[in-house]
Design a binder for this molecule. Structure first.
Ligand code: BGC
Length: 561
């Protein structure tokens, strides 16, 4: 019979008891949140295809369809090709605007969401993100011209910013330490599925000569919003959020649900006490007095100290910047045009299908790799592989595969190494960048740290979206780098390699509170060997005293203090 009661939370000094065992149902709860990745992937995936749709182009340019303008001429004739290149095409600035405005929205959305998640809760902010996204989606679907479409993209972007930042935060906070990396890698997997689904839906509707051509791919997104919002409404909020708010009763209940244990079990008590003790400890180092003060504390401390807030914030921001500077989105945003320039592949959809499929199919290997090899290790090796693969593409392009050499084998080899590069990203930097930002922040600044890091991802995503056409496109003001662009991305991956080696600590297998301790006691290079040796509860003397947490319990026994 349910009833009210008080559970005395007593901490443990045993480092093996700081996390409760988890039931299968609890694993499923945690895994559900990964679904948020679908939004991220789908929303970045559909715009490119829609911009190339005949109906959409006609709507935006007012020009006649090529087959009506040139009846009887094949689509490969010079006239039709010239018409498509110069006239029947959405203007470059409109393409840039509609594509990049999403990132502007997501950038601000992620920062604001990081702020709101501490006031309203992680779950509420994700659900709000779904609501905002739906409003944006309605405008996008209804649009018949640039203004409404841009407004819709901006608002939808806000929603995606909310979702992309806070899902990572929520998942990292509720996932058990042993599978936290794998679960967040599941989010990355959902991103890749989202990109693939967008490609497929756009392919299915691209030939239509009505508004369904672009409205269907846009409207499909409402489904993601409904599934995520309804699912999350049924799930508990993060127990760590409740601890931060001082609502310990709710924290105990939420923890009991995400671990699938009775609220009054010793396991739940021990884990909760450890979270509380860690929070008290963090608050004693950097007290948060005011709203502004709480933002300032993200930049508190010396950059040279691996555990300072400033260092952790910069680590998160640079981590996401370096993820984008691996050049992966060059391939996803611009791969089609690049491969066409190579001259041997005529079906652009086939190209994007191959690259997105390689991305989807290789990501699951990361579930195992992040937990077995560790985040730091895969980031270092992943960067090294990407350096090698991208340099090889650049070298082939500069020698056997020169544009005038007409060497299909060279083109095939370049495509093969580009696919290997995608697989290297998908198993390392793709998931690990997200995993690390969910793990490195102390509870006091976690939501803002994750928000700022996510905003950095979108900022650089936007920069790459905007500059890429000017690097390789066959246009008057382009740098016309061609395949040399891979030397640039390979060079940037060298920096990613150094960044991972010198700055990224190993966080696998630790609770978020143990990560805190590890950062205090090690440097990134020595972090791999660190083993938990004491608990915050013991250090804050919670192992000897009781914290009384009023809860509704299900057993009479547990109501006793
Ligand atoms: C990145 C995206 C990228 C995607 C590809 C994500 O981790 O943040 O920018 O498009 O991976 O799978």
């Amino acid at each position: 019979m349910p009833g009210g009661g008080v559970v005395a939370v007593t901490g443990t000094a045993d480092v093996n008891r700081v996390e409760a065992p988890v039931t299968v149902r609890a694993y499923l709860i945690v895994a559900f949140a990964a679904f948020g990745g679908i939004f991220f992937g789908y929303d970045t995936g559909w715009m490119g295809g829609v911009l190339g749709m005949d109906y959409f182009i006609k709507q935006y340019t007012g020009q006649e369809y090529p087959d009506i303008k040139y009846p009887g001429l094949s689509k490969d004739s010079d006239e039709v090709k010239a018409y498509r290149k110069s006239t029947f095409v959405v203007a470059q600035w409109q393409q840039s605007l509609t594509t990049s405005i999403l990132s502007a929205g997501t950038f601000f959305g992620a920062i604001i969401a990081g702020d709101l998640a501490d006031f309203l809760g992680r779950r509420t902010v994700i659900i709000m993100g779904c609501g905002i996204f739906t409003i944006g989606g309605i405008l996008e679907t209804a649009s018949t011209g640039l203004g409404v479409m841009v407004a819709g993209r901006l608002i939808a972007g806000f929603g995606v910013g909310f979702i992309s930042a806070i899902v990572i935060l929520y998942m990292s906070e509720i996932a058990p330490k042993k599978v936290r990396g794998a679960v967040v890698a599941g989010y990355q997997f959902c991103i890749t599925i989202g990109i693939l689904l967008a490609n497929c839906v756009v392919y299915a509707t691209q030939g239509r000569r009505d508004t369904g051509s672009y409205r269907i791919p846009i409207a499909v997104q409402f489904l993601w919003a409904i599934i995520l919002a309804v699912g999350l409404a049924l799930l508990p909020d993060s127990p760590r959020y409740f601890v931060k708010k001082g609502k310990l009763d709710k924290a105990a209940k939420a923890l009991a649900r995400v671990r699938g244990q009775p609220v009054d079990s010793d396991y739940i008590q021990d884990e909760l006490a450890e979270i509380i003790a860690n929070h008290e400890y963090e608050m004693s180092i950097v007290p948060q007095t005011s709203y502004l003060g709480s933002w300032m504390s993200c930049f508190e401390g010396k950059l040279s100290s691996p555990s300072s807030n400033a260092r952790r914030t910069m680590l998160g921001i640079f981590m996401q910047m370096m993820q984008q500077l691996t050049g992966i989105n060059f391939i996803f945003y611009f791969g089609t045009v690049f491969f066409q320039q190579l001259g041997t592949i005529s079906n652009p959809f086939l190209i994007s299908l191959v690259t997105t499929l390689v991305n989807v199919l290789s990501t699951p290997a990361s579930f195992w790799m992040v937990e077995k090899l560790g985040r730091r290790t895969i980031l270092i090796y992943g960067a090294a592989c990407m350096v090698a693969f991208q340099f090889i593409v650049g070298i082939i392009g500069a020698t056997a595969g020169k544009p005038d050499s007409d060497n299909p084998n060279a083109t095939k080899a370049m495509i093969a190494f580009i696919c290997l590069n995608i697989a290297a990203f998908a198993t390392t930097w793709g998931p690990a960048a997200w995993i690390v930002i969910g793990e490195i922040f102390p509870l006091t600044i976690r939501s803002r740290g994750v928000g700022l890091s996510t905003a950095s991802n979108w900022f650089w995503n936007c920069i790459i979206g905007v500059i890429t056409p000017y690097l390789v496109a066959d246009q008057p003001h382009s740098a016309k780098m061609g395949s040399h662009v891979f030397f640039m991305w390979g060079g940037l991956c060298c920096i990613s390699f150094l960044f991972a080696y010198f700055f990224v600590p190993e966080t696998k297998g630790l609770t978020l509170e143990q990560v805190d301790k590890m950062l205090e006691e090690t440097t990134p290079r020595t972090s791999r060997k660190w083993k938990p040796h004491s608990t915050f509860a013991a250090e804050m003397h919670l192992a000897e005293k009781h914290i009384e947490v009023p809860v509704e319990t299900t057993t009479a026994k547990s109501e006793a203090v």
